[in-house]
Design a protein around this ligand. Structure first.
Ligand SMILES: [Zn+2]
Ligand SMILES: [Zn+2]
Length: 339
């Protein structure tokens, strides 16, 4: 990074990455400029790389961004130069739409998505909307905080809002980038935790992450296994296969809820019988608001919940992304900006 330019890895057209030197811009009204220190590589970056949204090319992906504020736009209040902040998928609420005025910042009508509607964090610098910023506690490193801004916030917020009480049985479906955090949060929130994945080999990891029970869905019927434990109050669905959800849904106890946080191409089929008999619910949860982001990072620092991370330097972003998409990352890739 020079005084006038910064390096970024941008997508020039679907599937094509390129390392670029971009001119440093001043933040506009209500925005800050961040000197990026770390950026997580998330599965949803595929929305940018594959061009799933209408995107103006080139576009810099990345929505698990941590760095220090190095310029403040006009009208920004509550944030200071040099402060370490995070930016997640939701880029910041408008404050005036119907949903904002009702306190629902996640569903703000004018919400932009980081790395999709504007450039994200695969870069040494980025411009961010102040209303979307998350504060990073001193006792978390930037690398450790990065994956918590999307994968962490998503699982933490979903578990926190699912209505379960301490001691209730929570099932975490899938132990990948999201699930390995979900298991830890559920454990530290005081739940009885069952992790569900395919294969006996994941059992040891599940226990290490804090699961009280491990259900190998390749060898056991997860519905029977969950019902033997009394039925799950919540199933946190981090696996992207719709079929797996359909095969697990009846493991919910009456009034239980399956909360879907992992995106996949398959439809989730649930029979009306299984919904009605037992008053079960199936719902989705889109990351969380910035205050819940603050809480995610604070709770992670207090409890020691942390993502298992592999780092790569910025210029290796295409390789890091490829590894993540191939399902070979253990468990979150984080780009570092060495200067
Ligand atoms: Zn709004
Ligand atoms: Zn994400």
């Amino acid at each position: 990074m020079s005084a006038t330019t910064y390096r970024a890895v941008e997508v020039t057209k679907p599937g094509e990455f390129s390392l670029a030197n971009k001119p440093l811009r001043d933040p506009g009204p209500g925005q800050v400029r961040i000197r990026v220190e770390a950026c997580g590589v998330c599965h949803s970056d595929a929305a940018t790389v594959d061009g799933l949204f209408p995107i103006e090319w080139p576009r810099v992906p990345g929505h698990e961004v941590v760095g220090k504020i190095d310029a403040l736009g006009s009208g920004v209040q509550g944030w200071t130069l040099g402060q370490r902040v995070g930016v997640g998928f939701l880029a910041g609420s408008c404050g005036y739409c119907e949903f904002c005025r009702n306190g629902d910042l996640v569903n703000c009508k004018n919400q932009e998505y980081t790395g999709i509607h504007h450039d994200g964090g695969y870069a040494e610098a980025m411009i961010a909307k102040a209303s979307g910023l998350i504060s990073v506690p001193d006792d978390l490193t930037s690398v450790a905080a990065a994956p918590l801004l999307c994968a962490g916030l998503t699982t933490f917020s979903a578990l926190r809002n699912a209505g379960a009480k301490v001691g209730d049985l929570i099932a975490v479906l899938g132990i990948g980038g999201l699930g390995h955090l979900g298991v830890q949060y559920a454990r530290h929130m005081g739940f009885n935790v069952a992790a569900i994945a395919r294969g006996a080999d994941k059992g040891e990891l599940a226990k290490k992450l804090g699961a009280h029970h491990y259900i190998d869905s390749a060898a056991t019927d997860p519905v029977a296994a969950l019902q033997a434990l009394g039925g799950a109050q919540v199933i946190l669905v981090t696996a992207s296969s719709g079929k797996v959800v359909s095969q697990t849904f009846k493991g919910l106890r009456p009034n239980g809820v399956a909360v879907v946080v992992g995106i996949g191409p398959e439809a989730i089929e649930v029979s009306s019988m299984d919904l009605i008999f037992g008053n079960r619910k199936l719902e989705g949860a889109l990351t969380g608001d910035p205050a819940t982001g603050d809480a995610t990072l604070r709770f992670s620092a207090l409890s020691g919940v942390s993502a298992i991370i592999e780092t790569a330097p910025l210029e290796k972003a295409p390789e890091a992304y490829a590894k993540m998409i191939a399902g070979k990352a253990r468990f979150r890739m984080v780009l570092t900006m060495d200067r």
